[in-house]
Design a binder for this molecule. Structure first.
Ligand code: MN
Length: 319
């Protein structure tokens, strides 16, 4: 967060000048809150203190971090000031029924406040920067980030090539340098999750979006045609504004596990570090065709992955 008085202070020494030295006049700042609202459809509610009430917009995909992508913001009714601190569950069947969480809160400055255009600078914990809201038609407004993306934040990549395995007849020699995963027969899919939405053509797997919110990520895995369909997520390519394709497998896997993917239609299947023989036995017991050895130090961009068929791999043990 930039301090607008930084230059003023830099030029003056409070011990040598009688000039005033207090901080930013908080009276010029108003409060805001962003709720994460798990209603029938997940959205974020931006509420700005204004004229004694909270002017409110429902933003289905959340506030954009990318200035190149404007998001829809639906103007909703003013809310009472007490709503700044409200969090709780609105009973099912009532208006807006569902969980309401505080996603962020802070202060903001108003640069412009017109009937059809509101320009503000947010100073929150998670969301900071200059935004403009502008009406497009009726209750429909858009919200645009006027500042560049937050420092260090990069947009989610698209069209990343799948990391692929090459065929191998035997387990790698240095077992401890490898992790092993079971080969699940299914459809390989990258699933982008952002703004509480998972983009995938299998409806039951889309619930991953709201389940992970507000986390945004790009996942790699296979959809296995069980009943119901199950998305086995085994890799992570981008997480909350940072690419992970150049991280070693071990680090990507750790970040992936922190997402705690464990839902009715998605999970992170186990991996076995330095357990090639055990992985082959497990695969055979489960009737799976192969294991994949992944070198712990290899990146997604330059993978060293090896597909080892169960039958071939097991031959070694039998001379
Ligand atoms: Mn709402």
């Amino acid at each position: 967060m930039s301090d607008p008085l930084a230059e003023y202070r830099r030029k003056r020494n409070p011990k040598k000048t009688p000039e005033p030295f207090s901080g930013v006049d908080e009276a010029n700042r108003s409060r805001f809150v962003i709720h994460q609202h798990h209603a029938r459809s997940l959205h974020w509610d931006l509420r700005l203190e204004h004229d004694g009430v909270l002017a409110s917009w429902a933003v289905p995909r959340g506030l954009p971090r990318d200035p190149a992508r404007n998001h829809l913001a639906v103007h909703t009714e003013d809310h009472p000031m007490e709503y700044l601190e409200f969090a709780g569950t609105i009973p099912a069947g009532e208006y807006g029924g569902g969980k309401m969480l505080v996603y962020d809160t802070g202060t903001y400055e108003t640069e412009k406040w017109r009937d059809r255009e509101v320009m503000i600078v947010l100073h929150g914990t998670k969301v900071s920067g200059r935004y403009v809201l502008f009406q497009t038609s009726g209750k429909d407004w858009m919200i645009h980030r006027m500042d560049p993306s937050p420092p260090g934040w990069t947009p989610m990549p698209s069209g990343v090539p799948f990391a692929v395995s090459r065929a191998s007849q035997r387990l790698p020699a240095k077992d401890e340098e490898w992790a092993y995963e079971l080969e699940w027969p299914g459809r390989r899919v990258h699933v982008p999750v952002s703004g509480g939405r998972a983009e995938v053509d299998v409806p039951e797997i889309r619930a991953l979006g709201p389940a992970l919110a507000p986390t945004e990520c790009l996942l790699d895995g296979v959809i296995v045609a069980f009943v119901p369909n199950m998305y086995f997520v085994f890799d992570l390519l981008w997480l909350d504004g940072k690419s992970t394709v150049d991280l070693p497998y071990a680090d990507r896997r750790e970040l992936l596990e922190r997402l705690d993917l464990n839902g009715p239609n998605w999970q992170t299947p186990p991996h076995f570090t330095g357990g090639g023989r055990f992985a082959l036995d497990t695969a055979r017991d489960q009737g799976l065709p192969a294991v994949i050895a992944k070198r712990l130090s290899s990146t997604y961009a330059e993978p060293d992955w090896r597909l080892i068929p169960v039958e071939r791999g097991n031959r070694r043990g039998h001379g």
